[in-house]
Design a protein around this ligand. Structure first.
Ligand code: 8GT
Length: 142
């Protein structure tokens, strides 16, 4: 009888995302395409963790697939669980830097490199707002 005690914990999708910071301290934001879910919303690149994959390995794989660059993870930030109308996601953010390659958008519509004070002006995916706010407040990478 307790099997359904926590139905809200079912179908939580784990999604990693990268807060990529460049040498000038600017942050990479990506705009979802019109054909993706959450069309034209801004997000941090990343994606769903595959079975058997660590969050870190997932992130490195997704960034290579989506942006064609290699990244190094500098720091993990707090996970944000967000309930969309039809799905719950656990957004798992990592501060990263690019170690090799030039950005090529393979899936996104647009991107910007922004100072942290400019970030909140974008129309973010709802789950990202708390991550952006945390980053703005605690943006050191030490
Ligand atoms: N990659 C990424 N996904 C995010 C962020 N914020 C957020 O709500 N999401 C959601 O988390 C899910 C990640 O899915 P994904 O990027 O791997 O794949 P996808 O676009 O094909 O998703 P879809 O299967 O819902 O269409 C999507 O539903 C996406 O809308 C974010 O900052 N980065």
């Amino acid at each position: 009888m307790f099997l359904l005690a926590k139905p809200y914990l079912r179908n939580v999708i784990k999604v990693t995302c990268a807060i990529i910071v460049n040498a000038n301290g600017l942050v990479f934001a990506a705009q979802r395409s019109a054909t993706m879910s959450l069309p034209l919303k801004w997000e941090f690149p990343g994606g769903k963790i595959e079975p058997g994959e660590t969050a870190e390995a997932s992130l490195i794989r997704e960034i290579k697939e989506e942006l064609h660059v290699d990244v190094e993870i500098l720091k993990a930030l707090p996970v944000n669980t967000h309930q969309y109308p039809n799905v719950s996601i656990q957004l798992i953010p990592f501060v990263c830097r690019i170690t090799s390659g030039q950005i090529v958008l393979k899936e996104h519509f647009d991107f910007k490199w922004l100072h942290k004070d400019e970030l909140l002006a974008l129309d973010w995916a709802e789950a990202d707002v708390a991550v952006v706010e945390y980053y703005i407040e605690y943006n050191n990478i030490n």
